[in-house]
Design a protein around this ligand. Structure first.
Ligand code: PLP
Length: 375
């Protein structure tokens, strides 16, 4: 049985005709940059997210960098980030000579919380990056309250959770990434809304921030050949936009099949005391960018080797805490020596195959193989 972490070919086959036609149309039109497909995708994504402004860009890392450029922070300003995330989250902060302040995460949801943020705030703290890790929202309502109290910008790293909904205590829901001042996402092929190459987007409901973000992504230009700021060149190309526009229509259905796969895993592992299945944030839906288990008794690496031997894929997101990465050691004068939850997660977590094309037979084979490790 051929099982992959992500099955992009299988997903493509189901929309092949539509995608091929759309790509061919872009090529024939030769509107490769800022063509009508970019505008159409932008408008459709705004509508899907309920966001006032979507600014497409070249990738998720650029989205984060442009977000921080638009906020106009000064070198040395502190930005709170989780130590349990993909490197891009902290990388752009360091690149801009801001100070990434790495904090621990909640052991159940793997996300940062309002309490963790509050404990790390100093008079130099200017922003915080809640990363909606593995496909569910951080608990944003208390995070927005703490941010308001301390005058912090909130930049959501929504690269893994596009399409998830967060529900506030008054009962209204919003899409992840549209709750903070700025949201950033990635269309890297294996993300939930994946392009056939690189892509990213920034979202905001703030008109002033939107025009700053647009300027920063386009050479700091406010009028053609007039540059008000030092910006970057970061664009989503028309071919990727055409593909994303088609895939956006399937995003909720993709999330539904991911959730069904997660439910199958949950049920199969429910009575396994050696494993902890993903804990759901109570006021967020989960779009399962990853299905991530915690393995008890320090046997994670053994389990992974066993699965590999049986021909099953698995991944470790993430094996090393950010603060232990060579490039990030000593970067901050508030260097941490240990973040107990992050340290433990890096030793215990394992992600199983998760995509929109997993069938019942494959899921059963995966769960039976995982369980047989302890037999
Ligand atoms: C994928 C990802 C990014 C970066 O996206 P790219 O498009 O690869 O630049 C940033 N943050 C998180 C949490 C991600 O998963």
């Amino acid at each position: 049985m051929n099982i992959q972490m992500v099955d992009l070919k299988g997903q493509y086959k189901k929309i092949q005709e539509e995608v091929d036609q759309a790509v061919l149309e872009v090529i024939r039109s030769a509107a490769f940059i800022n063509g009508p497909t970019v505008k159409s995708f932008q408008a459709n994504l705004e509508q899907y997210l309920g966001a006032k402004h979507v600014i497409p860009c070249a990738n998720g890392t650029d989205a984060l960098q442009i977000a921080f450029m638009a906020l106009g922070l000064k070198p040395g300003d502190e930005v709170i980030v989780p130590a349990f995330t993909y490197v891009a989250t902290a990388e752009v902060i360091a690149l801009l000579r801001l100070k990434p302040i790495m904090v621990d995460v909640d052991p159940d949801t793997f996300n940062i919380t309002a309490d963790i943020i509050e404990a790390a705030v100093t008079p130099n703290t200017k922003a915080v990056v809640p990363v909606n890790l593995f496909g569910q929202s951080c608990d944003m309502e208390p995070i927005m309250e703490v941010a308001k109290q301390h005058n912090l910008y909130v930049v959501e790293d929504n690269a893994q959770a596009i399409g998830a909904d967060y529900t506030f205590s008054d009962g209204h829901s919003q899409k992840t990434g549209t709750i903070g001042h700025i949201g950033c996402t990635s269309f890297y092929p294996s993300k939930n809304l994946g392009a056939y190459g690189d892509g990213g987007a920034i979202y905001t409901n703030d008109d002033d921030l939107a025009s700053m973000l647009r300027m920063m992504a386009n050479h700091g230009q406010n009028k053609r050949y007039y540059h008000a700021h030092v910006g970057v060149n970061s664009r989503l190309d028309s071919i990727q936009a055409a593909i994303l526009d088609i895939k956006l229509r399937h995003l909720d259905a993709y999330a539904e099949t991911r959730r069904a796969a997660a439910a199958h895993y949950d049920q199969a592992f429910a009575n396994m005391e050696q494993l902890v299945v993903p804990v759901r944030q109570h006021n967020s839906t989960h779009v399962f960018h990853q299905y991530t288990l915690k393995v008890k008794d320090g046997r994670r690496d053994e389990l992974q080797a066993y699965l590999k031997e049986k021909g099953l894929p698995s991944m470790i997101y993430y094996p090393v805490p950010l603060y232990e990465q060579e490039a990030y050691k000593g970067l901050s004068d508030r260097q941490v020596d240990s973040l107990p939850v992050t340290d433990q997660l890096c030793k215990d977590v394992i992600s199983l195959a998760m995509h929109s094309e997993l069938n019942q037979e494959q899921l059963e084979h995966i769960t039976e193989t995982v369980k047989s490790f302890w037999k």
